[in-house]
Design a binder for this molecule. Structure first.
Ligand SMILES: Cc1cc2nc3c(=O)[nH]c(=O)nc-3n(C[C@H](O)[C@H](O)[C@H](O)COP(=O)(O)OP(=O)(O)OC[C@H]3O[C@@H](n4cnc5c(N)ncnc54)[C@H](O)[C@@H]3O)c2cc1C
Length: 420
């Protein structure tokens, strides 16, 4: 009999893990609390695959910027003021991680993981039945100010030092790459190896593929607790009382993972980084490649004729309500960079909301906590969950199969924060 792997959570990380575990010959069960037609963080995001993102969220300067932005209700970053011990702890850990020494340590790993994941995307997108709208033309970091461009040029130099291509472009060069597009910018940096796709189409395609490959998907299967025996998980219990037994368990429940593993004595500190996107179904203009409006932290992605505009990072707990002031902030920022658009073009569009699972150091939790022999964790990917999805799934499948890791992943250890 094949060993059974039980995966908790059907977001991008869970589906990718299911796919690669299936390819390794395991019997795979995927448990998702919502329906097959769901709409979580992995669906309405900006769809960018980003080897250019070798700097995690916890970066030098982010704390000062966050404090400055905190007081502006429509800014790209917002913390809802509240007395929350977990949030304060998370903030202190973020502050400790946001330094140059640590960035130098983590950047090569993020580069390697993102590049390897890009290769996986190329393979997955070419599978029969997969129609994810993958475009491999690169992503532009648009800058409106001279200062903004100078900052992006510094990052481009770091990228080149890491072996990544990065081209500094003036406004005219950007226009030549995007004929017919009106842009109000000073210049940009192009990362030619970045890509974009339509995330909901990728998710639907992968969901179909894993089911065709024999993965048992249980929808409306809300994992509630664990049945353990010594240092092993024996089964998970669903809210309806059913037990699902397995040989290995993989936790991919996004930002909800923190609460789920608490009874196992594990600490996975995370904050929900709420973001929004709006998709214009028939925009008058659209860029040829994905764009990030760097000063405003707004992502703009052409998706097969439509145009998705997304952004903000709002730490307000597990709260999926839409804050219209922040949505208006995204729209106004976008219109400043793309002057052919006006806020009225967004009237009547329903904003999509997603909660990014954000660890304090901006790195995923990936691997097996030492205290448990058959539990694996894959979450905390923050703003890179789509991009790092396939490689995370592949790494876990190899580890569960007993293969030695191809790279040192100790920085991603799921028990790097002690439980208290
Ligand atoms: C506005 C925005 C733009 C973004 N743009 C990008 C981008 O361009 N590129 C990129 O790489 N990333 C991007 N991201 C981040 C990316 O979307 C996330 O990192 C990623 O989707 C997280 O995937 P996940 O599978 O870990 O979590 P989720 O997608 O949240 O999936 C977790 C799943 O677990 C299920 N679950 C939870 N608890 C239980 C339980 N108890 N039992 C059963 N199931 C459970 C949930 O229902 C959910 O389906 C963006 C995010 C936002 C908000």
């Amino acid at each position: 009999m094949k060993p059974r792997v039980v995966i908790i959570g059907g977001g991008i990380i869970g589906l990718c893990t299911a796919w690669y575990c299936c390819r390794k010959g395991f019997e795979v069960w995927l448990l998702e609390r919502f329906d097959q037609q769901r709409d979580g963080c992995s669906f309405g995001n900006a769809g960018m695959i980003v080897p250019s993102h070798f700097i995690p969220l916890a970066a030098p300067g982010m704390v000062a910027l966050g404090l400055k932005w905190m007081w502006r209700p429509d800014s790209p970053f917002y913390i809802r003021p509240r007395w929350d011990r977990e949030l304060i702890r998370w903030g202190l850990r973020f502050w400790r991680a946001a330094n140059h020494r640590r960035i130098a340590q983590v950047a090569p790993l993020l580069r390697d993981l993102n590049l390897a994941s890009r290769e996986c995307f190329l393979e997955l997108a070419a599978l029969p039945g997969m129609d994810a709208g993958l475009v491999t033309k690169g992503i532009l970091m648009l800058c409106q100010s001279e200062h903004g461009l100078a900052e992006e040029i510094k990052i481009a130099e770091q990228a080149r030092a890491l072996g990544l291509e990065a081209e500094v472009l003036d406004a005219a060069q950007v226009s030549r790459l995007n004929p017919g597009l009106s842009l109000n910018i000073h210049g940009a940096v192009l990362y030619p190896r970045d890509c974009h796709l339509v995330p909901e189409r990728f998710m639907q395609g992968l969901q179909r593929l894993v089911q065709q490959a024999g993965v048992t998907c249980l929808w409306r299967a809300h994992v509630h607790s664990w049945a353990v025996s010594g240092a092993r998980i024996r089964a998970v219990r669903l809210q309806n009382g059913r037990e699902i037994a397995g040989d290995s368990f993989v936790l991919c429940a996004g930002v909800w993972s923190t609460e789920l593993v608490r009874p196992l004595g594990l600490s996975l500190p995370m904050q929900a980084g709420k973001g929004y996107s709006l998709t214009l179904p028939a925009p008058a203009q659209h860029p040829q490649m994905g764009c990030i409006c760097t000063e405003a932290r707004v992502a703009v992605t052409p998706m097969n004729g439509s145009l998705r505009v997304g952004g903000t990072m709002e730490l307000s707990g597990l709260d999926e309500r839409v804050n219209p002031i922040r949505v208006q902030g995204i729209i106004r920022s976008f219109c400043r960079y793309f002057p052919a658009f006006a806020p009225s073009h967004f009237e009547g569009l329903q904003p999509w909301v997603g909660l990014r699972p954000c660890s304090p150091d901006g790195l995923p939790y990936l691997g097996r906590p030492r205290a448990w022999e058959n539990l694996w964790v894959a979450t905390g990917h923050a703003m890179m969950g789509l991009s790092l999805g396939p490689i995370s799934g592949q790494i876990l499948a190899q580890a569960i199969a007993g293969e030695s890791p191809r790279r040192d992943l100790s920085l991603l250890a799921p028990d790097r924060y002690p439980s208290t």
